[in-house]
Design a protein around this ligand. Structure first.
Ligand SMILES: Nc1ncnc2c1ncn2[C@@H]1O[C@H](COP(=O)(O)OP(=O)(O)OP(=O)(O)O)[C@@H](O)[C@H]1O
Length: 360
């Protein structure tokens, strides 16, 4: 479990993280969501003892990171900084790390298998693709079979297969009772992975609730209706100043609640044979929630095109980029106490590894 209370981080006058409190529960995937610059990485770095808070504290299983006697077996992390020697092979990187905690080489083989790295394990890390680097990062994070796993933007830049793999891995770890804390600025990804969402914007917590509750925060009521006379009904609605959009298949999406639409249809003598409430997409709810806290905004999608210069104001929803600029790779915090191998207790077998199976 992760407990964050009154946590702040100021860089000069910049409040990167501004008095936030939340708890990340075990047995769930908790998505940590926010636009670029919202404060996600800074928060994660404070949880991992890589950044000193200006105020407040972050505890993992009741202790500050620096107080954990065997960090690798308590909390595993994938951060953005590249912490692997490029000329070292993946397997040697893992073995070296394992030795610091008395973790047997058999566990190294196990995580290589779990993460699908077998064919690349003996190759130098410098030759790894982004996806392979992410797999090695996750192998590093789970090496000590920790009860808490923190992944900062783990799907950034991955191909669809890699994205599905990370998703399955996160869900599997949660199903094993682990605390899984995953950051992303991609709503679509979170909607398929997380059970619980913590949304952050400009260093403040904007929402902390189950995914379903988040989804239920629909803004304006909208219903999809079907009728034999979509054009006539749409015209009548527009005359009454009710917003309506006709879809290619003839369905109408009407900005009103179902009862109102049914009454209007009745008064017009129009037969409706479908009325379906429309749930706002996670994207819509998120965009409206964070619209005031986007640090980098591009109002015109064509802005900068043709100038020959790269547009530096990347939109908050850009899928492949990251304000940090670099690829996300493994960063198990290196400053870890050593020689605590007796704490290592793998809790699960790698047989039938679900993350290596095809998504149904
Ligand atoms: N070392 C630092 N010095 C000064 N400002 C910093 C530093 N680290 C982060 N910031 C600023 O703090 C804010 C939060 O940054 P952070 O990287 O935590 O955001 P984020 O939500 O992880 O964003 P992203 O998705 O772009 O990584 C940003 O405005 C960032 O520019």
């Amino acid at each position: 479990m992760i407990e964050v209370s009154g946590l702040s981080k100021h860089y000069g006058s910049k409040r990167a993280v501004d008095d936030i409190s939340f708890t990340v529960q075990p047995g769930k995937v908790t998505g940590f969501l926010g636009p670029n610059g919202a404060g996600k990485s800074t928060t994660m770095r404070m949880i991992l003892g890589l950044e000193r808070p200006t105020a407040g504290q972050a505890l993992v299983d009741g202790k500050k990171y620096s107080q954990l006697s065997s960090p690798l077996t308590s909390v595993g992390a994938l951060l953005e900084a590249r912490a692997v020697h490029p000329r070292r092979s993946g397997i040697n990187h893992l073995r070296a790390l394992a030795r610091t905690h008395g973790i047997p080489n058999s566990r190294v083989d196990e995580v290589i298998d779990i993460t699908g790295l077998s064919s690349a394990a003996k190759k130098k890390v410098s030759g790894y693709s982004l996806g392979m680097g992410q797999r090695l990062g996750i192998a590093t994070a789970i090496l000590g079979d920790p009860s808490t796993v923190i992944l900062d933007e783990p799907v950034n830049g991955l191909d669809p297969e890699g994205v599905i793999w990370v998703r399955q891995m996160a869900r599997y770890l949660a199903s094993q009772g682990k605390t899984v804390f995953l950051s992303s600025h991609l709503m679509s990804e979170m909607s398929q992975t997380a059970d619980h969402l913590i949304v952050i914007g400009q260093g403040k917590v904007l929402a902390d609730q189950p995914l379903q509750d988040f989804l239920n925060q629909t803004g304006d009521d909208q219903v999809l209706v079907r009728t034999d006379d979509p054009d006539g009904f749409a015209e009548a609605l527009r005359r009454d100043q009710v917003g309506v959009n006709k879809q290619d298949d003839g369905a109408l999406v009407v900005s009103a609640d179902g009862r109102d639409v049914a009454q209007r249809a009745q008064s017009q003598g129009v037969l409706l044979w479908e009325i379906t409430p429309q749930q706002a997409s996670l994207e819509q709810v998120y965009m409206s929630m964070t619209s005031d806290s986007v640090e980098y905004r591009s109002s015109d999608p064509n802005a900068g095109l043709g100038s020959g210069a790269a547009n530096s104001t990347a939109g908050a929803e850009s899928t492949g980029g990251h304000s940090g600029g670099g690829a996300h790779t493994a960063a198990q915090p290196e400053a870890t106490p050593t020689g605590q191998g007796e704490n290592y207790q793998p809790s699960h077998s790698t047989e039938q590894a679900p993350w290596n199976q095809e998504e149904k």
